[in-house]
Design a protein around this ligand. Structure first.
Ligand SMILES: [Ca+2]
Length: 354
């Protein structure tokens, strides 16, 4: 029996609000969003590896290259390698290796230098550029199944975000590659580094003289043997089916760290293969017919319209890890190549002289 007086005279109070659940319901969507954002930041962090962490403060090793007279070029090769002609070069110093990622990082760390590939698109300089070229980036090699002679250069793609810090494009880094040649270097970048280091780029004549390492009119920088004959590899080039598959029989499918192959007679490493090396000279395919005998410095200006290129071009030498016997034998000491001063790719680097 209940006590009537105690009966409620008012409607029962609403039951008390249930105790707050912990964690509250809103936590879960927020946590999911936070995890997604965190994941994206982590991925971004990975691609934004700070290349300056590779900076190597040690100055590049240089070797003394004696002066001398030699036969530059050849008459039995591509037209621009002739005529073979005598040239005298004064003694000079040359970097023993291609400039490394570590050495270039030290330069950028000290100066804040921004390479051509990293700079914002310049619409005044390239008013006709297609939309895909209007973001900073550079050329990257993509292996593909094509017949190289009928698809010249099809294996080059413009990769947004490619630069010396990310040589193969946005997802790549130079982490742990301090001793690899720096690549994605335009002539302007190489020249800027050389000036900062109190050096200069070698002339084309110095380069060829140095590449021969004291040998006289030999087909290769190391002598007569083909690269890989008898299992001996002298340079980092391309084996397999170009441009589809590099077997890396020489030990490297792609760039090799500097000093991976034996030096030439002057103590210079990888003058042949690995990365292209910019020279000081403008390129003119007919220059050898008119060049001076003593210390030629190249023509006063680059030839225009060479192979349809609208800009004047600078010489580069030595070939790269993409040179192969079937398509591009330009790792030979006489072989010439050229590119505009603002052009870079993941096989183009440099070394300095003084
Ligand atoms: Ca190789």
């Amino acid at each position: 029996m209940g006590n009537k007086a105690n009966r409620p005279t008012k409607p029962p109070a609403p039951s008390p609000a249930p105790a707050r659940k912990f964690p509250p319901r809103w936590v879960w969507p927020v946590a999911v969003i936070a995890a997604l954002v965190g994941g994206l930041v982590a991925v971004g962090w990975k691609s934004e590896y700070d290349a300056l962490r590779e900076a190597d403060p040690a100055p590049p090793e240089m070797v003394s290259v004696p002066g001398g007279t030699f036969v530059m070029g050849r008459d039995d090769g591509p037209a621009d390698e002739g005529p073979a002609h005598e040239v005298t070069v004064a003694p000079f110093q040359m970097d023993a290796t291609e400039v490394t990622v570590g050495q270039f990082a030290a330069f950028v760390k000290a100066t804040g230098y921004v390479t051509v590939a990293e700079r914002p698109f310049d619409a005044r300089k390239y008013p006709d550029a297609a939309p895909e070229f209007r973001k900073p980036g550079s050329a990257v090699f993509f292996p593909m199944e094509v017949e190289p002679w009928s698809s010249h250069g099809a294996w080059w793609r413009y990769a947004v975000g490619a630069s010396w810090r990310r040589p193969e494009g946005e997802a790549s880094t130079v982490k742990g590659k301090k001793n690899y040649p720096v690549v994605q270097i335009a002539w302007e970048d190489a020249d800027a580094y050389a000036k900062w280091a109190g050096k200069r780029l070698p002339t084309e004549a110095e380069w060829e003289w140095a590449a021969r390492g004291g040998l006289v009119r030999k087909p290769y920088c190391w002598g007569d043997a083909k690269n890989g004959d008898g299992g001996t590899w002298h340079a980092n080039t391309y084996q397999g089916t170009f441009p589809a598959r590099d077997t890396g029989a020489d030990g490297f499918a792609g760039l090799a760290p500097v000093k991976s192959f034996p030096p030439n007679g002057y103590g210079l490493y990888e003058m042949s293969g690995n990365a292209w090396e910019w020279c000081a000279d403008w390129y003119d395919p007919g220059y050898y017919a008119a060049s001076p005998r003593d210390n030629p410095q190249g023509p006063n200006a680059g030839a225009l319209g060479v192979e349809g290129e609208r800009q004047p071009q600078k010489v580069r030498r030595g070939g790269s890890f993409l040179c192969d016997e079937s398509y591009c034998r330009r790792y030979l000491p006489t072989a010439r190549d050229k590119n505009p001063t603002d052009s870079s790719a993941n096989h183009s680097g440099f070394r300095c002289a003084k």
